[in-house]
Design a protein around this ligand. Structure first.
Ligand code: GCO
Length: 255
């Protein structure tokens, strides 16, 4: 039956930055599709709370607290997965931060931090996951991009540069790991109701711009990414790779 194509039963998904926000919504979605989910976050307390809540909801969930920007910590985390027999078949590189400032006022340290979390982490965690997926001949990598993977607005240069890099890192992962049977794709969320965007939602002018500029005439909800993520994590997308799918209420399709 066609729906079986989307069944994640028997699969284990690691979602970085999944204690809250988009990552948490994706982890909930994968659990609902039958996957075992490995939540990740740098804050151990918040992570433990998220794992507990998911387990209370019936999910097969565990936590892995490690800093996705720290190469040594990433390697150690995957060595623990190996030792525990945890086979990560689905990786979602979701961890991300936002720092808003015009380029002329942007601190170099802020630039480096945003690039580190939003782009370099996807390289570090993706490389470590693929070191196990390639020999197995299968694996799904989903990188979280943004509408900023292809479009810009003032004051978010490092975020947009990182998300543009996510698009091309995804295509390179597809190029290098496709012959081994892996698929790497990206999701480009539009303006979603998340903690990261709290200040924007509260700003009357910005809120009016988003709702006027988006055909759906509203902000997106994190759970509205789940269907696309399950599709890209499942057998249903075995011949799809290197793609960036915008989930943005139509915003990038119109002027
Ligand atoms: C901003 C927002 C956006 C959204 C999202 C859009 O300041 O414009 O933070 O970047 O977070 O990434 O896809």
């Amino acid at each position: 039956m066609a729906l079986e194509l989307f069944d994640l039963t028997g699969k284990t998904a690691l979602v970085t930055g999944s204690s809250r926000g988009l990552g948490r919504a994706l982890a909930e979605g994968f659990a609902g599709a039958g996957a075992r989910v490995v939540l990740n976050g740098a804050n151990e307390e918040r992570l433990a709370g998220a794992v507990e809540e998911m387990r209370a909801g019936g999910a097969d969930a565990i936590g892995a607290a490690f800093d996705v920007t720290d190469e040594t910590a990433v390697k150690a985390a995957f060595e623990r997965f190996d030792a525990e027999g945890t086979e990560i078949g689905i990786l979602v590189n979701n961890a991300g931060i936002q720092i808003r400032n015009p380029i002329l006022e942007m601190e170099t340290s802020d630039w480096r931090r945003v690039i580190d979390v939003n782009l370099t982490a996807a390289f570090l965690v993706g490389r470590e996951a693929a070191r196990r997926m390639v020999p197995r001949g299968r694996g799904k990598i989903i990188n979280i991009g943004s509408i900023m993977s292809g479009f810009a607005r003032p004051t978010i240069a490092p975020y947009s540069a990182a998300k543009g890099g996510i698009k091309m890192l995804t295509q390179t992962m597809a190029a290098e790991w496709g012959p081994a049977g892996l698929q790497a794709n990206a999701i480009g969320p539009g303006y979603m109701e998340t903690d990261m965007n709290e200040a924007l939602i509260a700003n009357e002018d910005f809120n009016a711009w988003v709702t006027g500029r988006t055909p759906a005439r509203r902000w997106g909800r994190p759970e509205e990414l789940v269907g696309t993520a399950i599709y890209l994590a499942s057998e249903a997308s075995n011949y799809v790779s290197g793609q960036l799918i915008y989930v943005d209420g139509g915003m990038t399709a119109v002027v």
